[in-house]
Design a protein around this ligand. Structure first.
Ligand code: SF4
Length: 428
């Protein structure tokens, strides 16, 4: 749990959820305390964490104690803030996955929260991908492990330091890899190597990539080997929205998309009740700001979807709400230059009137050029600028100058003109 940020709408607490896992009882406890102190809404983040916004300043300690009591944070905030582990939200149920990453995710989170990880930056992050249809490849992390299969059928974790797991591989490309049973040892070695520097990129900048790998290999005996016969998922991930058959016969997982990744406390409580009634399995928060319910009996899926729709949520992967992300904007953030939430809602409504094939693939509405809501460029970005309340429109193009947004196409649009301009963009 992060110590509170103070925002325009009150204090904000970020709750780290390794692998996005949120137990039903913990979700209910959070919903209760948020209601009790009059806080909210809750935000799902692109690191699959949970943020509570709008906390009255005199209620911060009450919320913080409730989060710790629910088992969602370590009592020492300095230990807790290192527990950044991102994983696929369908680990253990994905019909295509190479390995269930949940045990390793829990071990890595424990290690990051231990005294052995002191020195690492609170931004240090570990990614663990199981190689399923819903994957988290392509996201740059300090340490990334991705499940792959060797040409001999054995399961390995490909290992990257300061890089993302690639979405495509050159023929015969050689990568470092480790057997699952030795993966935690490699994680420990990388954490130890990085701790004096804070972040992996700072370690690489100081020593150079070859020396870093030589050091890590030296710390891990013969656990790491270079291989060129490894294959894992390639290309874009499957959407974590919809009703999808699990690897377990007769069970489905259901991906739910709240509009702009925001939930009222009552809605979180209702989702937790649905999960409890369906199977009692933990909720999974996704890095696409959604929620996944697992282990739902196939005949019950239609009723769960209908209940979600009653709550104003969608389980439809084709819904335009899946295309748009937005930050808090000027209603919640002191740096915000436009009401991104209102403008993004209006944009979603407009996109709903367009045939699916005419909609952009992704849109990012950002309250300033920091771009907190999305790490990679969207196909189209609206970035609030000067004068306040207007947007500059960016498009993601090969070699574009801004790694966050792409290339600026037009500046100074009022919200209505900005929405018109987004709908006029050619689909990807
Ligand atoms: S992008 Fe800017 S306005 Fe939006 S949350 Fe981040 S700092 Fe605030």
């Amino acid at each position: 749990m992060h110590v509170p940020f103070f925002e325009l709408d009150g204090a904000l607490i970020r709750i780290r959820l390794p692998g996005g896992a949120l137990a039903v009882a913990a979700a209910q406890a959070i919903a209760s305390v948020v209601t009790e102190v009059g806080a909210g809404p809750l935000e799902l983040t692109n690191r699959a964490n949970l943020q509570v916004r709008g906390i009255p300043i005199d209620a911060v300690a009450v919320v913080r104690d409730a989060v710790v009591a629910a088992g969602l944070a370590a009592a020492d905030p300095h230990d807790d803030e290192r527990r950044n582990v991102l994983a696929s939200p369908t680990a253990g149920v994905d019909a295509d996955e190479v390995i269930d990453t949940r045990p390793l995710v829990a071990q890595v989170a424990d290690r990051l929260g231990s005294r052995q990880a002191v020195g690492l930056s609170p931004k240090f992050g570990v990614l663990v991908d199981g190689g399923g249809a819903v994957h988290v490849r392509g996201r740059r992390h300090d340490l990334a492990l991705g499940a792959v299969r060797g040409g001999d059928g054995t399961v390995r974790y490909e290992v990257q330091v300061g890089e993302g797991l690639p979405l495509a591989r050159e023929p015969d490309e050689v990568v470092w890899s480790v057997a699952p049973a030795q993966a935690l040892g490699v994680v420990a070695a990388v954490l130890n190597a990085c701790a004096p520097f804070g972040r992996a990129n700072d370690l690489v900048a100081a020593l150079g990539r070859d020396r870093v790998w030589a050091d890590i290999v030296g710390r891990t005996g013969d656990a790491l080997t270079c291989r060129s016969d490894l294959a894992g998922p390639s290309g874009a991930t499957g959407a974590a929205v919809g009703v999808v058959r699990q690897r377990q016969a007769g069970r489905v997982w259901i991906g739910i998309a709240p509009l702009l990744g925001r939930l009222e406390a009552a809605t979180l409580r209702a989702i937790a009740e649905l999960a409890d009634e369906a199977a009692g399995a933990p909720l999974r928060i996704t890095p696409w700001r959604g929620v996944v319910l697992t282990d739902v009996a196939e005949p019950d899926a239609a009723a769960v979807v209908a209940a979600c729709e009653q709550l104003g949520l969608t389980c439809d992967p084709a819904h335009p709400a899946n295309l748009v992300v937005a930050c808090a904007g000027n209603r919640g953030c002191a740096a915000g230059l436009a009401d991104t939430q209102a403008d993004a809602r209006a944009l979603v409504a407009r996109l709903a009137d367009l045939p699916a094939e005419q909609r952009p693939r992704s849109v990012h509405v950002s309250g300033c050029d920091k771009g907190c809501a999305r790490a990679q460029p969207a196909q189209v970005s609206l970035v609030a600028g000067s004068p306040s309340g207007t947007y500059d429109l960016y498009a993601d193009r090969q070699g574009a100058p801004s790694p966050r947004f792409g290339e600026q196409v037009v500046a100074g649009l009022d919200p209505q003109a900005a929405i018109d301009a987004v709908t006029a963009q050619a689909p990807a």
